[in-house]
Design a binder for this molecule. Structure first.
Ligand SMILES: Cc1cc2nc3c(=O)[nH]c(=O)nc-3n(C[C@H](O)[C@H](O)[C@H](O)COP(=O)(O)OP(=O)(O)OC[C@H]3O[C@@H](n4cnc5c(N)ncnc54)[C@H](O)[C@@H]3O)c2cc1C
Length: 468
């Protein structure tokens, strides 16, 4: 199979080729060939026409989602914040459980799972505007069973799990009956480089024995968190550093799994993230719990993190939209030095910059979603890395401006801005720090120009001045 066929073969079942008859914002009317013979761009994919029209089904889903947000999510946010504070990170928060059946009845459930009959079957591009709407509220994602890290974990088990693993864990996760965690990061080593991780997964007869300490394991304190996807080393001496790791399913109630403590995020516990520290001591699980096979942990991480990352970015666009909306409403009604704060030039500048940044980030996110749907997550890795840097930084800046516009009120949680900032800021670290993604983007950019040699000076220009 030639490279072109191989790449085209990566298209998803649901989005085989962009339909040429669709209208809308079409950034490339004809497919542009970006590989093989195009040394100018030298990208590993063929960029096809990007059409950001909402399909009728997505449009209808978004409308219903917005109605649900108005009727059930926004009016319950106050209660959600109180319950998360009063009941804490070890508890189920009743408001979430009350709203989940309503969302399910409304058909607003598992909208995230692309290319699958288990979810709504939307492509990443179709899911983007819906995920953005959910990102407007901290309460929303879990209510629609679209919250991290469950979504990434469900995708992992859907893609790489055996039918038995799927029946045992994916089915209750899709039903929203249980929750899950993903344990990769370790306190003892710089885990932004996942080859550093030291936890062990050692085969012993029909079982694996697991040891290690993890932290920032989101969800582990949740009483309904029943399954942990654990990443550790099964072959630490393998000369290929990317074949040393495996991922394995660890039921949380297995002897030896101890959730040590919840970790605060900017002093918030449980919300916006149930970050936790977990100790695994001689934990034994059946060998059949291994995902995909020994030594394939990195391969799974690549597949898992792409969708997880783009979902964060989609939600952050919604979060930034909400912060900007709040800022615009506040500054028009708050008067300082004889006029509304909105009339200060600096405020107008910030509002304009915020609007520009949101639009830019949304376009890049949609382009990334389009590529993931058409050429696959691996080929879209440059764009995934770019949005993973762009979206949290954009959201941090906009929430920061909103906090400034609210004055002191922006720093407490009466308006939810402090939690919004915590969410945006933590995502400059979670799923990989900015620097690591920037390094990857930089390296890929250098690779595009690696064979071209150094830049030669313009000799005619030099000659002109020499003569002069
Ligand atoms: C709220 C929250 C939730 C999280 N949820 C999960 C989860 O569910 N499961 C999970 O496994 N992990 C989770 N994480 C962990 C997260 O993925 C890690 O914190 C992140 O990958 C960084 O790893 P580290 O903390 O070990 O930082 P380190 O690896 O120690 O890095 C520290 C800093 O060094 C710098 N640095 C690192 N590499 C480079 C480089 N190549 N170039 C330049 N600078 C560099 C960066 O500034 C980086 O922030 C979560 C984190 C947070 C904050």
């Amino acid at each position: 199979m030639c490279r072109r066929e191989e790449l085209l073969g990566a298209r998803t079942r649901r989005n085989p080729t962009p339909a040429p008859t669709r209208v809308g914002l079409t950034l490339a009317a004809e497919p542009i060939d970006l590989f093989d013979n195009d040394a100018r761009l030298a990208l590993p994919y063929r960029l096809t026409a990007m059409n950001f029209d909402e399909e009728p089904r997505t449009h209808e889903l978004r409308q219903r989602l917005e109605v649900f947000m108005d009727e059930h999510i926004y009016p319950n946010e106050d209660r959600f914040f109180s319950e998360s504070m009063e009941l804490g990170p070890w508890a189920v928060w009743p408001v979430v459980e009350e709203l989940k059946p309503l969302a399910r009845e409304a058909g607003l459930w598992n909208l995230f799972l692309p290319d699958s009959d288990d979810g709504a079957g939307l492509t990443n591009l179709e899911y983007a505007p819906l995920c953005e709407v959910m990102g407007r509220s901290h309460l929303a994602p879990e209510v629609f069973n679209c919250a991290a890290p469950d979504t990434g974990n469900m995708e992992t088990i859907a893609r790489y799990g055996t039918p038995e693993q799927q029946a045992r864990w994916l089915a209750p996760l899709l039903a929203g009956e249980i929750r899950s965690a993903f344990a990769m990061t370790e306190p003892a080593v710089a885990s932004s480089d996942a080859t550093n991780i030291e936890s062990s997964i050692i085969r012993d007869g029909d079982e694996y024995v697991i040891n290690g300490r993890k932290w920032y394991t989101t969800n582990a304190t949740h009483p309904r968190c029943e399954i942990i996807i654990f990443m550790g080393k099964s072959d630490p001496t393998n000369p290929d550093r990317h074949r040393q790791q495996s991922m394995i399913l660890v039921p949380k109630d297995t002897p030896g799994v101890e959730v040590i403590r919840p970790l605060p995020v900017f002093n918030f516990y449980g919300m916006p993230d149930r970050a936790s520290e977990v100790q695994f001591t001689d934990v034994r699980v059946p060998a059949s719990n291994m995902l995909l096979g020994e030594g394939r942990g990195f391969e799974i991480a690549q597949g898992r993190l792409g969708p997880g990352r783009i979902h964060h970015c989609m939600r952050l666009i919604g979060l930034a939209e909400r912060a900007l909306e709040m800022m615009c409403r506040r500054v028009q009604h708050r008067v300082a030095f004889g006029r509304p704060i909105a009339e200060q030039t600096v405020t107008l500048e910030r509002i304009a910059e915020a609007r520009i940044a949101i639009e830019q980030t949304r376009l890049l996110t949609l382009k990334t979603a389009h590529l993931m749907d058409t050429v696959g997550n691996k080929q879209a890795r440059r764009e995934i890395a770019m949005i993973k840097v762009a979206a949290p930084n954009m959201a941090c800046q906009i929430v920061d401006w909103a906090i400034q516009a609210f004055g002191g009120a922006g720093t407490n949680n009466d308006y939810g801005l402090a939690a919004m900032y915590a969410t945006a800021r933590l995502l400059r670290l979670a799923d990989g720090p900015d620097e690591v993604h920037r390094n990857q983007i930089g390296r890929l950019e250098l690779r595009r120009h690696a064979d071209k040699g150094p830049v030669e000076p313009r000799t005619t220009y030099q000659a002109h001045w020499a003569e002069g």
